[in-house]
Design a protein around this ligand. Structure first.
Ligand SMILES: [Fe+2]
Length: 336
């Protein structure tokens, strides 16, 4: 009986031991995973600063749109402009630039690296703040009602755009990439965490994304949010642009036939059968693929310099028909 009791006790203790060991292991694994997760989620200082530059860039585009509307005497409500200038003040100047001034610039100066650049960047920050003061002061409904006052608002925004485009491009490509080389790995990591903590303190949890949402809202109000609108239409980037390039460069001219032939198949409506039908060439569904094949085969031979005299004949016929059917009407003012 005693033996049986001792055996049960041993089993119980053994099971308990396994349970405790397993829980300990599980806690350790969880905390390691948590630490790994936190490390992976921390954005490095250059990445953090660069994505903040993305916000700045989007405000520069908003300013550009505001200037375009003022120049073309279109309606411009004051709120999007005032909100944009406020984001520049709160997020870019009082937070992002402060990070650069407190944590990056002094370290570059101490390491005696890129000191001249840092001095210019600092002067630009100061000038930018003055321009923002003026923009904030003038971004009101009262100013936007008067044509002269509207023009006064354009000037600081134009100067701001002109200064900050090269400013942020230089920091992204020269200053930030060099930062890793002047601090220890430990300092680099802990600065990343400090930057994020500060961001959350000032703008709430996921502060960066909240600011991005504010910018997107302004873009929507101005009708510039949808990226698809800024894509050039296919017709705008095909024949006319290539015609100009081909006219200037013999190498492009040789590749031009090959490219034209391929486009007749890829963009049948704009460059192939559709275009043939539009300019009155008979049997467009037959002739367009035929001409496309001739251009591809002869154009490829021309590019590699094979049988050039032979391929010149069909290509001369091809280009003559193109001149008669499209270029002459353009010259005579009946352009296609
Ligand atoms: Fe800066």
């Amino acid at each position: 009986m005693k033996t049986s009791h001792q055996s049960s006790r041993r089993k119980f203790l053994k099971a308990g031991g396994i349970f405790i060991a397993a829980s300990g292991l599980s806690t350790a694994v969880n905390s390691l995973a948590k630490e790994k997760d936190t490390k992976e989620n921390v954005v490095s200082p250059p990445e953090d600063l660069m994505r903040e530059h993305g916000v700045l860039k989007r405000i520069l585009l908003i300013y550009g749109e505001a200037i375009r509307r003022i120049d073309s005497k279109q309606d411009l409500p004051p709120e999007p402009l005032a909100d944009s200038a406020t984001i520049i003040r709160e997020f870019v100047e009082d937070y992002h630039e402060k990070l650069e001034e407190d944590f990056l610039f002094p370290r570059f100066k101490k390491a005696n690296k890129l000191v001249d650049l840092v001095n210019v960047l600092l002067q630009q920050h100061q000038a930018g703040r003055q321009l923002t003061d003026i923009t904030m002061h003038l971004a009101t409904s009262q100013t936007l009602k008067n044509a002269d006052d509207r023009r006064k608002l354009v000037d600081p925004m134009r100067q701001f755009i002109r200064m900050y485009n090269p400013h942020e491009a230089r920091e992204d490509t020269v200053l930030f990439p060099a930062f890793r080389g002047i601090v220890s790995a430990h300092e680099f990591d802990s600065l990343g965490e400090d930057f994020e903590k500060k961001e959350d303190e000032l703008f709430g949890e996921d502060g960066f994304f909240k600011v991005v949402d504010r910018v997107a809202e302004i873009e929507r109000k101005l009708g510039i949010y949808d990226l698809a609108h800024s894509r050039p239409k296919h017709e705008q980037i095909t024949s006319h642009d290539w015609a100009a390039v081909n006219a200037l460069d013999p190498a492009h001219r040789r590749r031009g036939f090959l490219s034209e032939g391929i486009q007749k198949f890829l963009f049948a409506d704009a460059q192939g059968a559709g275009r043939f039908a539009k300019i009155g060439i008979p049997a467009p569904n037959v002739l367009s693929p035929f001409v496309g094949c001739v251009e591809i085969v002869c154009g490829a031979l021309l590019v590699i310099g094979l049988m050039t005299r032979f391929v010149a004949v069909p290509l001369i016929i091809d280009i003559s028909v193109a001149i008669i059917s499209t270029k002459l009407p353009v010259l005579l003012g009946h352009g296609f």
